[in-house]
Design a binder for this molecule. Structure first.
Ligand SMILES: Nc1ncnc2c1ncn2[C@@H]1O[C@H](COP(=O)(O)OP(=O)(O)O)[C@@H](O)[C@H]1O
Ligand SMILES: [Mg+2]
Length: 480
């Protein structure tokens, strides 16, 4: 390790202090700071950029106010180690658990062990730091307890996320709440919605929030597949089962055992394959082509369709019994034009995502661009928005805004309905009333544009934060 690490050594035990100082003090890598009380340690923690706290349990008075326990919350990235005398072993275990300490060890501790433990604890915290950075970059969700009801349900100001689904609209919030419920069950799920609305993304979110999350999720697109191919993809085959079957194939149902299978474009399967699938859903049994025995596969099926299955059932093109089997839960993702409130947050999300990918600095999109995007009907839904933003990020100037000139022709042609934000109140109002009406509308519009992020709205309006807060109060504005 190259960098110097600051270590707070919290102990009043002379022997222990001496050993620890010998272990770490002589080393260039460590800057040791002795703290003789917990209060002193807490104060130092706030002043210094500490990397590791080594705490002596024998010094600890009130366990609940212990510096290690509170550092877990106030300075979570500082590594924590606990030592104690054998007599206090039980107490040590309790504190170590509450403080999420790297380890706890009984004194006396040999010098070399102190060195090793310090090194390992620091390595671990460095690894988790890198993991956090990467996860943020790759947008991996780090929510362990994603089911716990948290603020993300009550959309205030910022946007919400269910796994990688980004939204602010009430429609999506409702849908994600249903999807979370579905995830907790073992029932098949049917996801319907136009192309590009995020059906596959939602299927993944359900899988990763189900108890099957540690088993695989496999995806099979059922569109444009011959029955034989589809059958051998899903159910597998034995070598020689048909010409061209040169080796055994396990099949996705068995490969996904314990996990989830996502069947995309389920509306496209033939009547005879509908029968095979129905049988699988009823019995959970898999018979590979050419095999003379049945295998069992425990798989949750999530199917998706961009053609309304119910209509196909009415027309006699899709089996009713299979339709009912598939829709243990039926989720419908609304088209993007039915939830235009999601457009700004998705835009922001994709700008950040693609600017990161191509290593470009793009400040954001201009108001004109956003207005056009918001007014567009998006037949290709979120996928179409994503593609457009990816393209614009690539052509935008380094460090600049994405402006109207970067839009592709279909978007540029969109006419934005002028809103009535600047219509004035009817005749007979005093100038003061007119100005106030105008001011109230401008402030409201800006706040809405920025999802009630007051710093951004204040920036845009050229107000101080306090100035903006005063206007909010004066006009009684509320985040609806
Ligand atoms: N709510 C969302 N938040 C972020 N990305 C989304 C969202 N909905 C869709 N996408 C993105 O749009 C693209 C299309 O989504 P996908 O799940 O493949 O749609 P579908 O299966 O309905 O055609 C993908 O790149 C996906 O990541
Ligand atoms: Mg798809």
């Amino acid at each position: 390790m190259q960098t110097e690490h600051t270590v707070l050594l919290v102990s009043a035990d002379a022997d222990f202090l001496a050993t620890a100082t010998e272990a770490l003090g002589a080393d260039q890598d460590y800057r040791l700071i002795h703290c003789r009380s917990e209060q002193e340690a807490a104060a130092r923690l706030n002043e210094l950029q500490a990397h590791l706290i080594i705490c002596d349990a024998d010094l600890i008075g009130d366990e609940s106010a212990n510096v290690l326990v509170s550092a877990r919350i106030s300075h979570p990235h500082v590594a924590r180690l606990l030592f104690g005398s054998t007599a206090a072993a039980e107490r040590c275990a309790g504190i170590a658990r509450r403080a999420a300490s790297y380890l706890y060890v009984m004194k006396p501790v040999p010098r070399d062990l102190i060195r090793l433990l310090a090194k390992r604890a620091l390595e671990l915290s460095e690894l988790s730091r890198r993991h956090r950075v990467l996860s943020r970059e790759l947008k991996i969700s780090m929510d362990d307890d994603i089911f716990a009801q948290r603020e993300e349900f009550s959309v205030k100001g910022g946007w919400s996320q269910f796994e990688k689904l980004v939204y602010v609209s009430a429609k999506m919030a409702e849908l994600c709440a249903e999807a979370r419920q579905a995830a907790q069950t073992e029932l098949p799920v049917l996801i319907q919605g136009e192309t590009g609305t995020g059906k596959e993304l939602l299927a993944r979110a359900i899988h990763f929030n189900s108890k099957r999350m540690n088993s695989p999720m496999h995806v099979q697109n059922c569109g444009g597949m011959s029955d034989d191919t589809l059958h051998s993809e899903l159910f597998g085959h034995l070598r020689g089962a048909f010409t061209g079957a040169v080796s055994d194939r396990l099949g996705l149902f068995r490969a996904a055992d314990g996990g989830t299978i996502f069947l995309d474009e389920i509306s496209e399967i033939s009547p005879s394959f509908q029968v095979s699938l129905l049988r699988f859903l009823q019995e959970g049994e898999v018979k590979p082509l050419g095999a003379d025995r049945l295998y069992h596969a425990d798989v949750r099926v999530i199917a998706a369709s961009n053609r309304p299955l119910e209509k196909l059932v009415e027309k006699g093109e899709f089996r009713r019994d299979l339709y009912y089997r598939l829709k243990g839960f039926e989720l419908h993702i609304p088209a993007l034009r039915e939830r235009p409130e999601d457009i700004p947050v998705l835009t922001e999300f994709f700008v950040e995502k693609y600017a990161g990918v191509v290593g470009r600095r793009v400040v954001g999109v201009t108001k004109d661009v956003l207005a056009k995007l918001e007014a567009y009907a998006f037949p290709g839904n979120v996928r179409e928005l994503e593609t457009e933003i990816r393209r614009m990020v690539a052509v935008a100037e380094q460090g600049g805004y994405i402006a109207a000139r970067h839009l592709s022709p279909v978007f540029d042609r969109v006419t934005v309905r002028r809103d009535d934000a600047f219509d004035l109140p009817a005749d007979g109002s005093s100038l003061k009333q007119m100005v106030e009406t105008l001011e109230k509308r401008a402030v409201t519009a800006s706040l809405q544009r920025h999802h009630w992020n007051q710093s951004r709205a204040a920036d845009e309006l050229g107000l101080s934060r306090v100035g903006l807060a005063n206007k909010i109060k004066r006009y009684g504005l509320q985040n609806a």
